[in-house]
Design a protein around this ligand. Structure first.
Ligand SMILES: [Fe+2]
Length: 235
């Protein structure tokens, strides 16, 4: 549910060949459904919505021809701006698979108060905010901050596969583990860009989560919770 595979739209795949490699990487990782999430900066950078949809159709047709059983949905990783709530309401930003869920990204050094305001603005328009790679935000390092956003704005949290499978510095590692252990993460997803730099790693993340938290939680984080989100989708 966090993947930059549609070529030529953002800093993900650069060509159809790049898309193809990312798809094969995902399939090797036992992924059967992806919400594609190109970067969007509402009101600041034009988003090629038509090209995105056209390329997604082209990729779906190729999947059918190749007999690859992979479902693709529209979505977006929205770098939050003041224009975001209005443009969401006008239907000019893709939500996650056409659902009421939207994935928000912030600069890693964004202040907690600004993130809280943004999340609360989005929630007040009727959408459910998902904080993309929540572990990255340097100003959110207290459980209470996240608990408040979850409680008051129904916010959900996504962590990247690379965070789960790679070693980090002591404090970051401790924070990552704590987020997972305390149940503050809802989705663990690839955030794949182009190969070889940012591979899918879903299978390794799943295995690591199984070891650390047990199979039930690993399945919920890598698959079950995202599938529940798809039940809410309208497209
Ligand atoms: Fe991303």
């Amino acid at each position: 549910m966090h993947h930059h595979l549609v070529y030529g739209i953002d800093d993900g795949a650069k060509s159809f060949e790049g898309t193809e490699k990312m798809i094969r990487d995902a399939v090797e990782n036992n992924v059967d459904t992806i919400i594609t999430t190109p970067h969007i900066t509402p009101g600041q950078e034009p988003f090629p919505y038509e090209d995105y949809q056209k390329r997604l159709e082209e990729i779906r047709a190729w999947l059918e021809k190749e007999k690859i059983d992979l479902k693709l949905y529209t979505g977006a990783e929205i770098l939050y701006t003041a224009h975001t709530p209005r443009l969401l309401q006008e239907g000019r930003i893709p939500t996650m698979a056409g659902s009421q869920y939207v994935m928000l990204e912030f600069s890693p050094d964004e202040q907690y108060k600004s993130i809280l305001d943004a999340v609360s603005q989005v929630a007040s328009t009727g959408y459910v905010p998902i904080l993309a790679h929540v572990e990255r935000y340097m100003q959110i390092k207290k459980m209470a901050q996240l608990e408040k956003m979850r409680r008051e704005c129904n916010a959900l949290c996504q962590m990247n596969n690379s965070t789960v499978v790679h070693k980090h510095g002591f404090f970051q590692e401790r924070w990552n583990r704590r987020l997972l252990r305390e149940g503050l993460i809802d989705f663990v997803s690839s955030d794949s860009h182009d190969l070889p730099g940012r591979k899918n790693r879903m299978q390794r993340a799943y295995e690591r989560l199984c070891q650390d938290l047990g199979e039930g939680i690993a399945r919920a984080l890598t698959c079950g919770n995202a599938r529940r989100l798809l039940l809410n989708q309208e497209e």
